[in-house]
Design a protein around this ligand. Structure first.
Ligand code: DGL
Length: 213
């Protein structure tokens, strides 16, 4: 049975690469909704409707399990889908759970009270829709205490990458990191909360400095 991997466009290939490397024996079907990308500037209903339609396509292609590689869909649409839409016998998972598991060093099913974690100051870089959803802060608050999250909406970066304009993408990343640092001068860790950002990870790292994980 193939596993579906969905993204609003090409960026989710970074996630497909990562999961395919971990699970080489699993067949994957990738669907990128380039016709409607970017999702990161759309409203919640729009993201929800487009993500449901994309999942229908992957169900029709024989996938019973779908991974929403798209952070925007995971943050904005997934909870609503799981509560009221995902058909019986099918599963749709997102990227926020593993992100928060990694940050808090605990499994999702661990329902013990929130506790202190190693990182105290976290910079979240994401699309405007993901930042506006506050999904990351909400899920984190159930599991960790004392973590200060500063979110930076990185307008323009996805479009520049999709258009292949890496000079513009890199300039925008540097300016978004500067904007973040004005709000949080010394983050311990940075979350690249968008499928496309691993493609410019080194630019984030250089702008943030070597001490930021
Ligand atoms: N795939 C989206 C995400 O990870 C970024 C691209 C978009 O805005 O559609 O948030």
């Amino acid at each position: 049975m193939a596993v579906g991997v969905f993204d609003s466009g090409l960026g989710g290939l970074t996630v497909l690469d990562a999961v395919a490397a971990r699970l080489p024996e699993v067949p994957f079907v990738y669907f990128g909704d380039n016709a409607h990308a970017p999702y990161g500037v759309r409203d919640a209903d729009d993201v929800y409707n487009l993500t449901c339609a994309a999942c229908e396509r992957l169900f029709d292609a024989g996938c019973n399990l779908i991974i929403l590689a798209c952070n925007t869909a995971s943050a904005v649409a997934l909870r609503r889908m799981q509560e009221s839409w995902v058909p019986e016998g099918k599963r749709v998972l997102g990227v926020f759970v593993p992100l928060i598991e990694a940050l808090t060093e605990r499994q999702w099913g661990d329902n013990s009270p929130p506790r202190e974690v190693a990182v105290k100051h976290v910079a979240l870089f994401a699309t405007p829709a993901t930042v506006a959803s506050r999904a990351f802060q909400r899920e984190l608050a159930f599991r960790a205490i004392g973590v200060d999250v500063e979110a930076q909406a990185c307008g323009g970066v996805v479009d520049a990458i999709e258009e292949g304009d890496m000079i513009l993408a890199e300039a925008l990343v540097r300016s978004h990191v500067e904007a973040l640092k004005r709000k949080m001068p010394t983050p311990d860790a940075a979350m690249l909360g968008c499928t496309h950002y691993p493609l410019v990870k080194q630019v984030f790292q250089d702008a943030l400095g070597p001490d930021v994980t």
